[in-house]
Design a protein around this ligand. Structure first.
Ligand SMILES: [Zn+2]
Length: 488
C-alpha cells in the first residue's frame, strides 16, 4: 500500500488523480472483499465464553482480521486498534438461527430485498443462519457473505424441500428414483442439507435417506406423522424440526385417534381433541430415543407456541416492533388468517395444554442429554427474522432450560451440529469474531440478549445505534416491496 502512495506522490497531477481514483477503487474493493481488516479491542468486558458455564470478568478481547486473537486481563492493545468500552457490559457469541426463510425466496418478493433481509438479522445479533428451504439465490448470497461482499450472517442452506405434493420451491418425489435424483441434484447444486417436509411415502423417504448417505449429505426437516413418522426419522438419524410427529407418539395406547397436533395437521380443530389423550408418562422414553438417534433438536418453540398455541390479538400483532417491515399484503394475509381460520375455534385450555406438553418434551430431551438448537421459522406468521430469535430464546427458557443452556442452544450447539465449533461459536483465541455486546447479563435474564450495545460480525464492529439506523432505513424498503403480480 505504501508503494502506491509513493508512486502517486511522484507523478503528474493528472496521473495522481487517476492513481487516486484507482486507489479509491482499490480500497472500495478491499473493503468489499474483506471486512476483516480491522483491529479492535473490547476493554473491561465481562465475557460469557460459552466453552463452559462461567463468566470471565473485566477482560480485554482483542480481534484482528476477523479472528479473536487474545482474551485476557493483561492484553497489550495496539495503538491503531479501535477501542470499544465494555465496562459493565457482557459479551456472548453471535446467535445462530437454525430455521429461517426470506420474503424474497423463490418467486415471492424480489431478490433485490434479500441483502436488506439479511441485514435485519445482523442488526438483531444473528451472525449465522440456516435457510430451511433452499433456492439458487440463497447459494449466491451464501457465497457473497463468505467473501465479505455483503454484511450478512454466515449462511447454510438446506435444499429445496422434498415433498409428496407440489408446494413451491420443492422437489415433488413420488417414487424412489425421483427421491434419489432430488438428493443427487441438491448435492451437486451445493446445498448443505437435504430438507424433508410432508406427504412423502415411507419407501420414497427411505430411498432419499439412502441416497443422502451415499452422497454424504445430512437429512433434516419435518417428520410427517402420517407418512414418514418419527420412528422412521429416528432410524434414519434425521435431525427433526418443530418436534413434528411428537404429539402423536405421546397419545395413550387406547386413544380413539392416531392423529394429533403436529405439522400441517395443526390447522384442523378436530385434531386438538387428541390433547385429552396425551400420556405424559411416555415423554421420558421418547426423549431418550430422540437423543439416541440424533441429539440435535430444533423445536422452533416460540413459533409454534405463539403462532398456533397462544396466538396474539390483532392489536398485539400491530404493536410488534417488526410489524412495520412487512409488505401490506403479507400483513393482511396473516391478519385474515387469524380472523378466519378454523384453528381459532380451538379452546384456549387445549392450546395451553399443547404448549405445556411441548415444553415438557423439550425439557425432557434436554435432560436426556439432547442438544437443543434455536430456530425462528421466520418470516412466517408475522414474526420477523432477527427479532424472533430473542423470542425463541425466551420460549426455550420458559420450557425449563436454564439460561446457560438457552445460550448454548442459540450459539454453540448449532456450530457443533454444523461441525464448525472449532472455528466459531465460543469466545476463545482463534475463533471467528462473531460477537454480541450486551448492556446486561443474559444469565440473569435471558431477555437481556435484546439489550445490545452492538454486534461484531466477522471482526467488523457495528454499534447498535448504527444498526438501529439500518433498521429504520430497511423497514420501508422491505414493506414497500411488491409481488410479481402486483407489479403488472
Ligand atoms: Zn420453515
Amino acid at each position: 500500500m505504501e508503494d502506491h502512495q509513493y508512486s502517486v506522490a511522484n507523478t503528474t497531477e493528472k496521473r495522481k488523480i487517476d492513481m487516486r481514483s484507482a486507489i479509491s477503487i482499490f480500497f472500495t474493493l478491499l473493503c468489499s472483499i474483506s471486512v476483516f481488516s480491522q483491529t479492535a479491542a473490547f476493554t473491561n468486558v465481562n465475557v460469557i465464553p460459552m466453552d463452559r458455564e462461567r463468566i470471565l470478568l473485566d477482560q480485554t478481547v482483542l480481534v484482528r482480521d476477523g479472528v479473536i486473537v487474545e482474551v485476557g486481563k493483561k492484553v497489550k492493545i495496539p495503538n491503531d486498534a479501535l477501542k470499544i468500552d465494555g465496562k459493565g457490559k457482557y459479551m456472548i457469541p453471535g446467535l445462530v438461527d437454525m430455521h429461517t426463510h426470506l420474503l424474497s425466496d423463490g418467486d415471492n418478493y424480489p431478490d433485490s430485498i434479500a441483502e436488506d433481509e439479511l441485514r435485519v438479522m445482523v442488526a438483531n445479533g444473528v451472525t449465522t443462519i440456516r435457510f430451511m428451504i433452499g433456492t439458487p439465490e440463497q447459494l449466491i448470497l451464501r457465497a457473497r457473505s463468505a467473501k465479505g461482499e455483503i454484511a450478512a450472517p454466515t449462511i447454510f442452506s438446506a435444499s429445496p424441500h422434498l415433498t409428496g405434493r407440489e408446494q413451491g420451491n420443492n422437489f415433488v418425489v413420488k417414487t424412489a428414483d425421483e427421491a434419489r435424483e432430488a438428493v443427487r441434484k441438491s448435492k451437486a447444486a451445493g446445498y448443505d442439507f437435504i430438507k424433508i417436509t410432508t406427504f412423502i411415502d415411507a419407501p420414497v423417504y427411505e430411498a432419499a435417506v439412502d441416497e443422502a448417505a451415499k452422497q454424504n449429505i445430512r437429512v433434516v426437516g419435518h417428520a410427517d406423522s402420517r407418512f414418514v413418522t418419527v420412528e422412521r426419522a429416528w432410524k434414519a438419524r434425521q435431525q427433526i424440526e418443530h418436534l413434528d410427529g411428537y404429539m402423536e407418539l405421546l397419545l395413550a395406547d387406547d386413544a380413539p385417534m392416531k392423529g394429533s397436533v403436529s405439522d400441517l395437521y395443526i390447522s384442523d380443530p378436530k385434531n386438538w381433541e387428541s390433547l385429552d389423550y396425551i400420556n405424559e408418562k411416555k415423554i421420558a422414553e421418547v426423549a431418550r430415543k430422540t437423543v439416541a438417534s440424533n441429539p440435535f433438536v430444533n423445536p422452533t418453540q416460540h413459533f409454534m407456541k405463539n403462532s398456533f398455541g397462544l396466538p396474539r390479538s390483532e392489536e398485539s400483532i400491530r404493536s410488534q416492533p417488526d410489524f412495520r417491515f412487512y409488505p401490506a399484503k403479507v400483513q393482511e394475509n396473516y391478519l385474515n388468517f387469524y380472523k378466519r381460520s378454523r384453528l381459532m375455534q380451538v379452546p384456549v385450555e387445549k392450546r395451553a395444554r399443547w404448549v405445556a406438553v411441548r415444553e415438557k418434551m423439550i425439557k425432557a430431551i434436554y435432560d436426556a442429554g439432547g442438544k437443543i438448537m434455536a430456530g425462528s421459522d421466520t418470516p412466517e406468521f408475522l414474526w420477523l427474522y432477527g427479532f424472533a430469535m430473542h423470542h425463541e430464546l425466551k420460549a426455550l427458557n420458559e420450557a425449563g432450560l436454564p439460561a446457560y443452556a438457552v445460550l448454548a442452544a442459540g450459539t454453540r450447539n448449532a456450530h457443533e451440529f454444523f461441525g464448525t465449533l472449532d472455528k466459531v461459536g465460543t469466545i476463545e483465541k482463534g475463533k471467528r469474531a462473531d460477537l454480541i455486546l450486551l448492556d446486561a447479563n443474559p444469565l440473569d435474564d435471558i431477555s437481556n440478549t435484546k439489550k445490545r450495545a452492538g454486534v461484531m460480525l466477522k471482526g467488523k464492529w457495528y454499534p447498535q445505534s448504527q444498526l438501529d439506523k439500518w433498521l429504520d432505513q430497511i423497514a420501508p424498503k422491505i414493506a414497500g416491496a411488491l409481488l410479481p403480480e402486483e407489479k403488472k
